[in-house]
Design a protein around this ligand. Structure first.
Ligand code: DX5
Length: 230
């Protein structure tokens, strides 16, 4: 049986694992490999220990590609930063439900700017925490690792959370909204992740690594979807 989502499966490489000394080339190679999005893992050293980059990086990547760009804000007080990322030209902003007292207002602001509004949760946060904002979000992103680093192991309990997120969106008529997954997406996990109900996949180290070209890495992920057996 070929594993396919009832929605097209979109692959979004995270530049967190890219070679930043040749980012333009890496982004161009990802685009040539027919990925669907580029994900920016924004980290502030407070919400998560590492620090990565801010809206200037979003502007730089915006100048490198026509692909849609998602900004995943692993930051405290995302309300202070959303405007800069929208001005930088990103196409989706994903906020952590744990990072703000006003998630509903922030998601409304993101949507009002014509940008996709995503909400995400750490593995330890019950999905009930997002109940009130599911009706206004364009995607629920399940963190399948504890955020902050690439190359971590997929947390298997995430599969039930993926299925629950899909049910939550469908229950409020958001059939067109995505269930995204971020963390440990690779050729050995991708089929189960899609089968559980996800159709939007962040992949960092599975795409950007020193084992193979980006084209080969993306092809490997796509093959893993078509070759999956029940
Ligand atoms: C937070 C980051 C990572 C990254 C994916 O930790 O959001 O999850 O995008 O990294 P991989 O695909 O290498 O697990």
């Amino acid at each position: 049986m070929t594993v396919t989502a009832s929605r097209p499966v979109q692959i979004a490489p995270s530049i967190l694992s890219a070679d930043w000394t040749r980012l333009a080339e890496q982004v161009a190679d990802a685009e040539a490999a027919n990925v669907d999005w580029i994900t920016l893992d924004v980290m502030d050293g407070n919400f998560v220990p590492p620090i990565t980059f801010g809206a200037q990086m979003a502007s730089a990547v915006r100048s490198l590609t026509e692909l849609p760009i998602e900004a995943h804000l692993m930051v405290e007080h995302p309300e202070d930063h959303i405007g800069d990322f929208i001005a930088a030209g990103v196409n989706c902003v994903t906020i952590h439900i744990e990072s703000t007292r006003h998630p509903h207002r922030l998601l409304q602001q993101i949507a009002a700017a014509g940008v996709e509004a995503g909400v995400t949760l750490n593995p330890g946060t019950p999905l009930t925490e997002i109940d009130a904002v599911v009706p206004i979000c364009d995607r629920i992103q399940i963190m399948s690792v504890n955020p902050g680093w690439g190359g971590q192991q997929f947390i298997p309990e995430s599969l039930q959370r993926i299925a629950q997120a899909r049910r939550m969106l469908d229950a409020c008529g958001r059939e067109q909204a995505h269930v995204a997954v971020d963390g440990g997406v690779n050729e050995s996990t991708i089929a189960a992740i899609v089968e559980a109900g996800a159709n939007w996949l962040v992949a960092g180290s599975a795409v950007f690594n020193d084992r193979e070209s980006i084209a080969d890495a993306v092809a490997r992920l796509r093959r893993a979807l078509t070759n999956a057996q029940p």
